[in-house]
Design a protein around this ligand. Structure first.
Ligand code: DGL
Length: 282
């Protein structure tokens, strides 16, 4: 990418945002993108409100400095804990207040109300996202008839970040969390994967739901709703859309170990050939 490019910035605490980025790029391959994963400081899910805000804000400011006029927080924890503050307080006082930051929670909630028949949904997410009650509040505004039962699954992200997707430990934990969720509300027919890392273990979650005699439950990952909401946003905001450069370029940055990021990102993105990444310090 050259110095004139204006890419879309995609940020996550680690690898999870790749599950969103994959869908965004699939839908809109024409734009330039920068993906930034804060793998060196992941997971965020058990961090304090202040830490999640500070880390997310640092990443957003870095993506702005790299030329992105628009940044997507492809992370529920960051969307729940930092998005509003950045939108309301940081952006207006920044060097260019016309830049924008969008999150993943609203597009997910808008979509889930069309999927459930029973009106009972489950949410699996990090502790930070569950305790923020962001989903409950967003649902209360847009679909108050929906009953949501939330379950924090704090061990899933560290195991996914370590790349041990077939670890027995992960299987046992997924089984115990889903079984507790369904004991709390057996009428759940749709589960929001409310952490962008979780689509990376979709087949394991499906296998466990089969074992628990709930094969009918629909899993709702966020890649598609977020990418369609972004396309819609760009359609409604031509002043932003025309600022974006279109050379179909992608750059990857990580605060973690570059070779480990390159290996796992390639797997998570489903690429045939290896991607290359650059180190970044926030
Ligand atoms: N992938 C992130 C989310 O959607 C954060 C996971 C973490 O860092 O704990 O919540």
């Amino acid at each position: 990418m050259n110095s004139q490019s204006s890419p879309i910035g995609i940020f996550d605490s680690g690898f999870g945002g790749l599950s969103i980025f994959r869908e965004i790029r699939h839908l809109m391959p024409q734009y330039d993108y920068i993906f930034l994963g804060d793998n060196g400081r992941a997971p965020y899910g058990d961090r304090s409100f202040q830490e999640v805000f500070d880390f997310t804000n640092q990443a957003v400011m870095r993506l702005f400095d790299m030329g992105c006029p628009l940044v997507i927080l492809a992370c529920n924890t960051a969307s729940a804990k930092a998005l509003r503050n950045i939108q309301q307080n940081e952006l207006p006082s920044s060097a260019d207040p016309t830049r924008r930051v969008l999150g993943v929670i609203r597009p997910t909630v808008e979509r889930v109300s069309n999927l459930t028949y029973s009106g009972h949904i489950g949410l699996v997410a990090t502790r930070a996202t569950v305790s923020s009650q962001s989903y409950d509040m967003e649902l209360a505004k847009t679909a108050p008839h929906i009953h949501v039962t939330s379950r924090a699954c704090p061990r899933w992200v560290p195991l996914i970040e370590s790349g041990r997707l077939d670890a027995e430990e992960l299987y046992l934990d997924v089984r115990s969390e889903l079984s507790a969720l369904l004991d709390t509300d057996p009428d759940i027919d749709t589960i929001i994967l409310g952490c962008t890392h979780y689509p990376l273990i979709t087949s394991l979650i499906q296998k466990v739901l089969q074992e628990l005699d709930h094969p009918e439950i629909i899993l709702m990952p966020q890649g598609k709703p977020v990418s369609y909401a972004l396309r819609d946003y760009l359609y409604r905001h031509p002043e932003m859309e025309t600022r974006l450069s279109r050379q179909a370029g992608v750059s990857y940055y990580t605060t973690g170990e570059v070779p480990a990021f390159e290996n796992l990102a390639t797997i998570f993105l489903g690429h045939d050939s290896k991607i290359s990444a650059l180190p970044v310090i926030l």
